[in-house]
Design a protein around this ligand. Structure first.
Ligand SMILES: Cc1cc2nc3c(=O)[nH]c(=O)nc-3n(C[C@H](O)[C@H](O)[C@H](O)COP(=O)(O)O)c2cc1C
Ligand code: SF4
Ligand code: SF4
Length: 274
């Protein structure tokens, strides 16, 4: 009988979705049935996922402020598994991962999933949609895809193993940043997305696909109380008329404060823990 894997992910600007697609293709090539669930928009997360129908589950999230997006943390509290084995993966834009693997594992295990492996994959930073911000441009790339494929094969093998040793995930050293007391203070001035031009084709994607129900297509702006700055509306608008402010100045502060030198960023590699 074919194995059924549930593949569940949040992806505002497409990196996590791209990695999920690579995993899906690899699994299907091994005759695994993959049931895909994109939980990015508010309405997606209101649709029940039949977890009990899957043999195994894979969860994918972007890293926001060293954690999974707050809306996905809230969503996790509403689901439950059947003690099925699951694998995690995270995409991140370069700066920091912190304790993402252990913290997310704890959240999933509290919901009756058994986490057996994890991966962290490089992805262009979500704020690259803004003027003056550029981190990990071009990722995920072929190297990241190769690591993803390798991870998928090992994960599938581990899913079906009779006995599994418990796995410990390391906390990334970047959890210790910023340490320098003399560091420059980061002035993160991120304005909420706004429609630049009055005229657009009014497809309403910005409103319907918003991760939090914050964007109004009629008013062309986001509700600042609800918006999580995921950049989905900016990246999906077909007329490319939604934007945030010029980030040049705060980008400089950000990279200096966190010591994000080109060498350090180049040393970041996609990797998995299994
Ligand atoms: C609000 C926000 C916070 C972020 N925080 C981090 C972070 O702490 N560390 C990091 O490396 N990248 C961070 N990023 C970048 C994303 O993790 C990265 O671009 C991710 O691959 C986006 O995934 P997606 O394209 O599937 O939405 C952040 C992005 C956003 C929008
Ligand atoms: S996504 Fe862009 S084109 Fe579509 S309604 Fe929103 S602003 Fe207009
Ligand atoms: S309005 Fe905010 S939460 Fe909604 S898609 Fe745009 S950036 Fe994301």
């Amino acid at each position: 009988m074919s194995l059924i894997v549930g593949l569940v992910y949040f992806s505002a600007t497409g990196n996590t979705r791209t990695i999920a697609t690579v995993m899906k293709n690899e699994l299907e090539a091994k005759e695994v049935i993959v049931k895909e669930f994109d939980i990015t928009s508010l309405t997606d997360r209101e649709t029940e996922i039949p977890f009990s129908e899957f043999n195994y589950i894979i969860f994918g999230f972007p890293i926001y402020g060293r954690k999974i997006p707050v809306v996905t943390k809230k969503w996790l509290a509403t689901i439950s598994g059947n003690n099925q084995r699951c694998g995690m993966f995270f995409t991140y834009g370069g700066p920091m991962r912190g304790g993402i693997h252990n913290e997310t594992r704890a959240l999933l295990e509290a919901r009756n999933f058994v986490v057996i492996a994890s991966a962290e994959l490089l992805g262009k930073h979500s704020f690259n949609v803004a003027k003056g911000w550029e981190l990990l441009k071009g990722h995920p790339n072929v190297d990241d895809f190769d690591i993803t494929k390798e991870y998928t094969h090992k994960l599938l093998e581990k899913f079906t193993r009779a006995i599994i040793e418990p796995i410990e995930f390391l906390v990334a050293e970047d959890n210790l940043l910023p340490l320098d007391p003399n560091r420059k203070r980061i002035r993160m001035i991120t304005q909420h997305p706004t429609r630049r031009d009055k005229e657009c084709c009014m497809c309403r994607d910005c409103e319907e696909l918003c991760s939090t129900g914050a964007f109004s297509a009629d008013f062309g702006k986001a509700d600042t109380e609800k918006c999580i700055l995921c950049m989905r509306c900016v990246s999906i608008c077909p007329d490319q008329v939604i934007e945030i402010n010029d980030m040049t100045e705060c980008f400089q502060d950000f990279v200096e404060s966190l010591g994000l030198t080109p060498e350090l960023l180049a040393s970041r590699k996609s990797q998995y823990f299994i």
